[in-house]
Each structure stands twice: as C-alpha cells, then as structure tokens.
Design a protein around this ligand. Sequence first.
Ligand SMILES: [Fe+2]
Length: 427
Amino acid sequence: MHSPNEPDSPVSDSSSDTPPAEDIQGQPILSDDNQYMDVSSFRDMSNTSAGKRRLPIGGSLGLGVNARDSKSRRREEIPTRRIAGGSGSVWLSSDMSNLRSQKEELVDNHLVERLRTADQVQFFLENGYVVIKQGFTKEKAAEWSKAIWVRLDMDPDDKSTWMRERIHMPWHKREPVATFAPKVWSAMEDLLGEDRIDEQASTWGDSFIVNLGTPEFEGDDKHVHPHDLDNWHVDGDFFVHYLDSPEQALLVIPLFSDIKPRGGGTYIAPEGIDLVAKYLVAHPEGVIPVPSKLAPSTTTYADPQDDPDTYAHREAVKKCAKFAEMTGEIGDVVLMHPLMLHSASKNHLREARIIINPPVALRKPFEFNRKDVNDFSLVELKTLKALGVDKLDFKPTTERRRLVPKSMTAKNAMLEEEKRRLALFNE
Ligand SMILES: [Fe+2]
C-alpha cells in the first residue's frame, strides 16, 4: 500500500491525466440514425475481423483468456458471475438539434432490459466498454466520501462556495480492487486475462474527481454538443504511450454519486479508439501526451505541440458520430478500453458529480501477435478490431519510460491543505 504522505504515485491514480483526468461511466450507444443499437446484432461476428477467429468461451464474461488453465476451467464450471448491462437513461447522437425529445424517447425500460441481457463480450468488442452495475456497495462509497466537503472546503448546500468547476482531489487511503469491489476485479480479469494484472499498481484510492458545474451552464436551456466539449483526451500523462503500453490497461470509472443525464457525466466517443490505435501503430517510437494532443516522443520541436505529426483529440472527435453520456448510480463501475476518447462535460444540473479514475496496469505489455488466438484478451481483441487486423507484430523502437505529471505538485499541496482541515474537523 502507498503511504498517504507519499506523493501520488504516477501509477496510483490516472487523475493526473492530460488534460486533467476526467471520468467515465457507461451508457448505451446510438447509431447514426438515432436508433438504439441492438447489441444482439453483434452476436454474429462473422463479418468482422474478430469474428473470423473462434470467439473464446469461458469465464464469467465468456472471454476464456488462458482458457486452458485450471482457474478458467474452474470458472467455466461456475458460470454465475455476469457483467451487467448499462443502466440506460440518455444517449446522444451526432444530431443534438432536438436533444430534449430524443431523451424522452430513449428513456425506455424495454431497451435497457435488452442491453442487460445481451452478450457483453460482443458489446465490448463493438463499443469498447462494459458497465458493472453495483460493483461496490453504497456503504463503502459513503464511508470513503463522508468527509469530502471538509476536504473540499465547500458547503454542499451553498453553491456560492463552489468556487471551482472540477476538482481532482488527492488520495488519503487506498484499497485493493479485489476487496473493495470484488465483482469489478473479476470483470477486470475477464477483460485483461487472469494473472496478467499488476495488483499493486491497480488499487483504488479516495482521489475523487468532482464536477460541480458553473452558473454559466446551469439550467434546462443550456446544451453543449459533444463536438464542442473542450476536454477530449485519452488517459495517461505519466508514461510514454505505445500501442501495447501496460501502464494503463483499462479506463475505470467507479461512481461515488448518482449521475443523472446532463449532470456532468463523462462523454465518450467509442470511434476514437480506432483513431488513436492507428496513430500509435504509426508511431512505434512512442508518443507523449501534451495538452489536448499526442506528439511523437522523438519530436525535435521545442514545443511538441508545434510538431505537424501530432494527433489532436479535438480534431479527431469531429470525425466521430457516436457519443455516450456516462450516467448511473452510486456503486456502478464502467470498464473501458484504454484508448477510449473521452471528455468532461458541463454539469447543467449542478448536483455534485463524484467519481474516481483509478488505473489498472498489466504485468507485461499487451501482446498482439499471440500464437494461439484464444490467448488474446478481450482488450487485445478490441485493439486488433480497431486496426482491422487479426494479428500484429508490434514492437516499440524506444525504451519505455515514465513521465512526471505537472499536476503532481499541485495535488501534493492540496493534500496538505486537506489534512489540515480534516485535523481541525476531527478535533
Ligand atoms: Fe481522463
């Protein structure tokens, strides 16, 4: 375990992202014509690159990573653990011109139920995320967040004290995922492969990310199209990125508050996975995160943002037509492909939105050229699908290295302030 007095380790919390880490929860996706995408249609994968190989079967998610080992055999015999579907409430398409009527039309319990009973493996391969309903208890959430307003030095009932739109808080305590949220840990193993996760680098802490919104965007008449959000990025400002990077193997969003539609939930653009993956394939020398962009790690520009070979997230998102707003209940957890493009959103409701954004690291890098296709993890399969190939012999051409996020100094100062307030509060 980390000591609370240590600086927030680069691997301890992805809230040190660039731009400031935002969140993610889960919701279904709309097709281009604003119709709900029936995930049952994804069961026939015969016309996709992933479908050409035998989809692994086994384990609670049916992923069958290392399917022939004893643990997987054991889990095949007890197929009781399932990943639940999205909670469902609102989905946004590229056409936001009639947002209100779309919402009313799409809050449809029948559709929600269809998602919950659908094959989550196929859903992940298509959309790059799954939702674990009630992945941890509301009691644990309440215990961890009980002092959050003291830490924030704000009054939950007086918005005039909400002086910042979004706050990325430091952590005071951590816990292994396996004990804090055992159902989530099992799902992580299903997505990444048993025994492949670095447990020490995959703990959760109380480093909350709070979205309080601003008066400017408060109200029923306020809307922002996903294309116009200014926070699009992929996570991980603490390492040089390669296609196979092990440092952040999933994007994870546990919800510590209920999040309603328009309540500041993260937006995701699943099509962005393909765009980022292709950029990373073209840059085996690695890329570094710079504000709103990725740049070649070997850039010779004094300011990497000036390099014409950068990848700009805000430009990439303009090519995306499908978006999902992440909403849900306390205890829900969204597990996402590590290259998911996502953005903070405006909190039009101004009900405090509270999440964490913990990392998951692998013991070894992703492997896209496994001899036995049944040994691919689901995340690896999704990456290959994004690239339109069945296998890929990818090798970094520079040495892997860690980066020190610029946000670390500010977060350490915030930690000391929080500890001082907590000590006074507890006297
Ligand atoms: Fe993020």
